[in-house]
Design a protein around this ligand. Structure first.
Ligand code: HEM
Ligand code: HEM
Length: 304
């Protein structure tokens, strides 16, 4: 079936300008109605490539994912937007960092809002990502073929934690100075490489200009780039796995026809009449996956 609306029929004469204009706009906006039209829309619109053409309806329900992965993405975009705006005012130098942030927050229109959104999005992101991880874990989304996406997710988690850690030093106030002094100090307890790691993180023996530059570069360039690359890979893997996982229990229930649950069929003992009943040696348990066969529910004598 053709997904495009019919061109205005004007009996061979050129259509008036306004009709051609309406046609041109409607042409792209028409909603697909059949499977074939939907398939065409997915192929034609890059943004729709995020989802496979066909996927189980159950995987689209809100309570399946709680939109946690999408919320994490929105927060990352907010952080990138507000972070880029703050770079206009921020000076990564120990003598100026704190004052530049104060100036940005109090002396720039919406500066306080932009900084507040960055601050709270960063905190919320940790919560959302941890909840997303738990959702994936409890729906069994880490099993094959999604096991590699779980590992990419762990990489994303490291990026999110590293962003929060490096961002913490940037205001260069008493809290951030001492927090980073203590946390980088703990690196020296790692056997063998500890002292080297501590010097590498601080850019020397003490926290100072070099540390701020290292943290600033990591925070505003290296980690965001890693995050974007990994996130792209993450979404692509979701797509390749044909959408999110649908737990086995849901697959079983979705195969079950609507209506009341039938009671155990009456008649001779299971297995004695050639027809296998529940609990007979040849039948599977009603609780085992795949046991809700349509034949049994509709009462058909042909049991596969
Ligand atoms: C996952 C992404 C990100 C996280 C979790 C994050 C986290 C943070 C945190 C916790 C702070 C300290 C804020 C405060 O205490 O007020 C901060 C500051 C800052 N961030 Fe980010 N950030 C992220 C991405 C970015 C990006 C992409 C940029 C730049 C393009 C950026 C630029 C800045 C700047 C300039 C500051 C210093 C200003 C301030 O401290 O308020 N951030 N970030
Ligand atoms: C910035 C961080 C992250 C973003 C933006 C993100 C985004 C997403 C999105 C949009 C989905 C599609 C389904 C959904 O909305 O739940 C998804 C699925 C998935 N995520 Fe994440 N994620 C992040 C972190 C993580 C972490 C930390 C893990 C685990 C270690 C993880 C593992 C997975 C897995 C295995 C799937 C496929 C799950 C399934 O098929 O049900 N992700 N992610």
């Amino acid at each position: 079936m053709n997904s495009q609306p019919a061109a205005p029929d004007t009996g061979g004469r050129p259509a008036p300008f306004w009709r051609r204009l309406v046609h041109a706009v409607r042409h792209g906006l028409v909603l697909p109605r059949t499977d074939q039209e939907r398939k065409r829309a997915v192929v034609a619109w890059f943004a729709l490539h995020f989802r496979p053409v066909r996927l189980p309806t159950r995987s689209l329900t809100w309570t399946h994912t709680f939109g946690l992965g999408g919320s994490a993405l929105v927060l990352v975009l907010l952080l990138t937007g507000t972070g880029a705006l703050m770079m206009f005012g921020y000076e990564p130098a120990p003598g100026n960092a704190y004052r530049s942030i104060e100036r940005f927050q109090d002396g720039t229109r919406f500066g306080g809002l932009v900084r507040g959104v960055h601050h709270w999005s960063a905190n919320l992101l940790i919560l959302v990502v941890v909840l997303h991880l738990l959702r994936v874990f409890f729906t069994g989304g880490f099993h094959a073929p999604r096991q590699f996406n779980w590992v990419i997710g762990l990489g994303l988690l490291v990026c999110v934690l590293a962003s929060n850690f490096t961002g913490y030093l940037l205001p260069w106030d008493q809290l951030s100075y001492w927090a980073i002094t203590i946390s980088t100090g703990m690196l020296s307890y790692i056997p063998l490489a500890g002292d080297w790691l501590q010097r590498a993180a601080r850019g020397g023996d003490e926290i100072g200009q070099a540390t701020l530059i290292i943290f600033y570069s990591l925070h505003t360039t290296f980690i965001p780039v890693a995050l974007v690359v990994l996130a792209g890979f993450h979404f692509w893997r979701v797509r390749k796995a044909r959408g999110v996982v649908v737990p086995r229990a849901c697959r079983r229930l979705s195969r079950r026809p609507a209506g009341p649950r039938p009671i155990r069929p009456p008649g001779p003992a299971a297995g004695s009449s050639g027809r296998r009943g529940w609990g007979s040696p040849g039948s599977r348990s009603p609780n085992s996956p795949g046991s809700w066969s349509r034949a049994r529910w509709t009462g058909s004598p042909r049991i596969p």
